[in-house]
Design a protein around this ligand. Structure first.
Ligand code: ACM
Ligand code: ZN
Length: 778
């Protein structure tokens, strides 16, 4: 049976043994490191003693806001402990959680005081009360997240004084419902998770080329036609083919206005504002498929099933009917969403149709506009005027800066932070959502272990490094940065389970960067608390990624003794990583990784993270392949491009091989020029083969070299060509890795020069890359 102090003191016939056990529990000495709340609280004082919840604990709440917050924890206790804790109106002598309104506290802020007698929560608004309860929840054992009754848990928390509030008012997450549709239940689950993390904005991307997801009563075809596409889900997103406009779509879905109102009401109870995004003038093929008259050319088009680039089928900016259509839609949208903001997209419009269209040309002339960029600016400013006239504010992606920013617009900066900085300098508000930190559709671990994703790798620690206030901003300008947001574009995310996988635990890191004081940010401390949050995710049945546990390697070249030094790590700095070489078994006897491992010959390395002396998670395996140039000095006759530097000047001789992800940090690349390097082996060696590790990904303008030449020299001055190789260009739809082997009569040489060239016809197009990961000399 579980022993609780309260019952000990209330039952007279208690045995000596029970009393002692009770005292022992009550005297647990908590330490600050036991406070695992994420995001980290602004100020914490830990006092001695504890508060013990039991079946007689009461909640004291006097208004609706307080009762809603109380109910959240009451429901948790009902599930996890089986208790039915009441809400009462007067504070008893002890054993209570009391809510008090304190108008002196800032919006969303709260104070939480815990002592043996009771808990007092103060806030000035509903969010403050909710966030206090979220902190209280995280002070409780993780089992509070259980959906079934858990026995033998001491529902005890340490005595603390917490004063806490957000660093930024905008702490958001965007769900893309267009590329793949997610249902209402999933959206509500996501809202619960936002609230747990004290995040307060859910941005719904309801419109895009591949699906229109919001019922509009005046234009029923938007969902009858625009919400459905031909099912090509069996194909990768980028390989899907163009659809015939006559073919009926069967894959998709949409939210009715009732669904959306229900979501909005649910979110309000959790302190979350739902911001709708209605894209314009581009990313609207789904609307044009429904109503072709919205485009310049007025020809029927189909809802695309996959990638679409460039986006030329956009709303005509010349016709008045386009604006009538959009105003009608926005009026219905504003009826559903009480949000202060309407997001109008504004990104990635290719305006070639505007250049040809009689209506658009007429508009440009009439309005005295210089070009189509100014026509986009006219478009957005006109929509902004309409939105402002209804008492709402406009947000757009940073492209709305082009051609002139609308006067009151808030910029959501995604192509880095530049757009946000520019907006703040104009005196406009901005939200930072830079692609390099906040795009949760990107990989979160080594791509070879992850499901297909967009872009490069954004690990949970990288998200933790996200800082919305950059140096270019003065203190005054920084006030215009409302906060930050993560975006989950769903091209490669077909299911809700997969969506959760991409969101968690990166959202946990984001919550701390946006809520907690900057000076408290500390990865080491956070990553410890993250493990506790992951235990909560387990009980909440949140499908979080364990990518942070995956072991990756880093290799440093040691030029002195021509060795390489291998570092094994994962995202948790305190991980117990053990390794073995070759066929040796990886077990509890294996060496623990402490300092870089020096390697001088080809070696197979296996490693795993150990927990309680047992390997856990994925086993890392890599072969470090030595050759005669490893850790030799490399001189670059043509320098690699600064976007793809690999690990620097030793990259081509560090044994580390690249993956098919050209942004994996293991590739060096040259743009529209020959790659020409000289490798000094340090002493004369017998050589007979040079191997070039290369990649082709023609979709991204990466090509195999059309010519490879190898020269050797004894002194580094006079070179003789020992082998060359010509390769005719071949169209290639795949991403492919290839080793080019150039063999020749064995020769003694100290210096080897390699020259890789692009074919002339690619050079003429001015956008051809050569990618190389390693030059192996044998
Ligand atoms: C965007 O990623 N196109 C906003
Ligand atoms: Zn037009």
């Amino acid at each position: 049976m579980k022993i609780r102090c309260f019952s000990c003191f209330s039952i007279l016939a208690v045995t000596f043994v029970l009393l002692n056990a009770c005292k022992e529990k009550a005297s647990i000495a908590y330490q600050e490191s036991d406070i695992q709340i994420i995001p980290k609280v602004g100020s914490l004082q830990l006092n001695s003693g504890v508060f013990q919840f039991n079946e007689n604990t009461v909640f004291v709440a006097s208004n609706q806001q307080q009762k809603i917050a109380a109910q959240l924890l009451i429901d948790k206790f009902k599930n996890a402990s089986g208790w039915n804790l009441p809400i009462v109106s007067t504070i008893p002598k002890n054993n209570y959680v009391a809510f008090k309104t304190d108008v002196g506290l800032d919006a969303e802020a709260y104070a939480l005081k815990v002592n043996e007698n009771g808990i007092t929560i103060s806030a000035s608004d509903s969010s403050g009360f909710l966030y206090a309860v979220q902190s209280l929840r995280q002070l409780l054992p993780v089992e509070i997240e259980s959906t079934t009754v858990v026995k033998d848990i001491d529902w005890q928390i340490p005595n603390v004084d917490i004063v806490d509030g957000p660093r930024f008012p905008w702490r958001g997450l965007m769900l893309d419902l267009s590329r793949h549709f997610f249902n209402k239940a999933y959206i509500k689950e996501t809202i619960d998770a936002l609230s747990l993390h004290k995040l307060n904005i859910l941005h719904l991307h309801l419109v895009d080329d591949q699906g229109w997801r919001i019922e509009i009563k005046k234009y029923p075809k938007l969902t009858e036609v625009g919400a459905w596409r031909v099912d090509q889900e069996h194909l990768p997103w980028n390989s899907r083919t163009e659809n015939n406009p006559k073919e009926k779509g069967t894959y998709g879905g949409y939210l009715t206005q009732e669904d959306l109102k229900d979501i909005v009401a649910y979110a309000a109870l959790k302190g979350v504002e739902v911001v709708p995004e209605i894209e314009m003038p581009a990313h609207v093929s789904s609307a044009i498929a429904a109503y072709p008259e919205l485009s310049c050319h007025e020809q029927p088009i189909a809802v695309p099933s996959g990638a679409l680039w460039p986006i030329t089928d956009i709303y005509c900016a010349g016709k008045e009917s386009t604006f009538q259509f959009l105003e009608d839609i926005l009026l219905e949208v504003m009826e559903i969403f009480p949000s202060r903001y309407i997001h109008i997209g504004g990104d990635e419009a290719t305006k070639t149709n505007w250049e040809k269209c009689v209506h658009c040309k007429k508009r440009i002339a009439q309005e005295g506009l210089k070009n189509v960029e100014e026509l986009q600016s006219y478009f957005i400013k006109r929509i902004e005027k309409f939105i402002n006239s209804k008492g709402k504010k406009l947000i757009g992606w940073d492209e709305i800066l082009e051609g002139g920013l609308a006067p009151e617009a808030t910029v959501m900066s995604w192509r880095g932070v530049k757009g946000g900085v520019e907006a703040a300098k104009y005196g406009n508000d901005a939200i930072m959502s830079p692609v390099g930190y906040c795009y949760f559709d990107y990989y979160q671990g080594p791509p070879e272990y992850e499901p297909k994703a967009g872009g490069s790798v954004i690990t949970v620690s990288k998200v933790y490094d996200f800082e919305p206030i950059v140096d270019e901003l003065s203190t005054e300008e920084a006030k215009h940065i409302l906060g930050g947001q993560a975006n989950v574009w769903a091209e490669h995310i077909p299911t809700e389970d997969h969506s959760q996988y991409m969101i968690f635990p990166r959202l946990t890191a984001l919550s701390e960067t946006l809520w907690s004081p900057k000076e408290l940010r500390d990865w080491n401390d956070f990553s410890g608390r993250l493990k506790t949050m992951m235990q909560r995710f387990e009980l909440l049945d949140i499908n979080y990624a364990k990518s942070a546990y995956i072991i990756t390697s880093k290799v440093e070249a040691n030029a002195e003794d021509k060795s390489v030094e291998l570092t094994l790590h994962n995202e948790f700095l305190d991980s117990d990583i053990r390794y073995a070489f070759g066929d040796a078994e990886l077990n509890e006897q294996s060496a623990k990784f402490v300092t870089p491992i020096k390697l001088k010959r080809t070696t197979v390395v296996k490693a795993a993270m150990f927990k309680e002396n047992k390997p856990t998670g994925m086993v890392f395996k890599d072969t470090i392949t030595f050759h005669k140039a490893v850790s030799s000095k490399v001189d670059y006759i043509t320098k690699y491009h600064n976007r793809y530097q690999g690990s620097g000047d030793f990259n081509l001789v560090n044994t580390l091989r690249g993956t098919k992800n050209f942004r994996d940090g293991r590739w060096q690349a040259w743009l529209n020029e020959d790659a020409e390097v000289i490798i000094d082996l340090g002493e004369e060696k017998d050589i007979k083969r040079v191997t070039i590790g290369s990649m082709e990904n023609q979709k991204n303008a990466i090509f195999y070299p059309s010519k490879i030449q190898v020269f050797v020299s004894k002194n580094g001055k006079e070179f003789v060509e020992v082998k060359s190789f010509n390769r005719a260009f071949k169209p290639n739809k795949e991403t492919e890795l290839k080793e080019f082997n150039l063999e020749f009569e064995p020769i003694k040489a100290r210096v080897v020069k390699v020259k890789l060239s692009l074919s002339h016809h690619i050079r003429e197009r001015n956008e051809g890359w050569i990618f190389v990961d390693e030059i192996l000399i044998h």
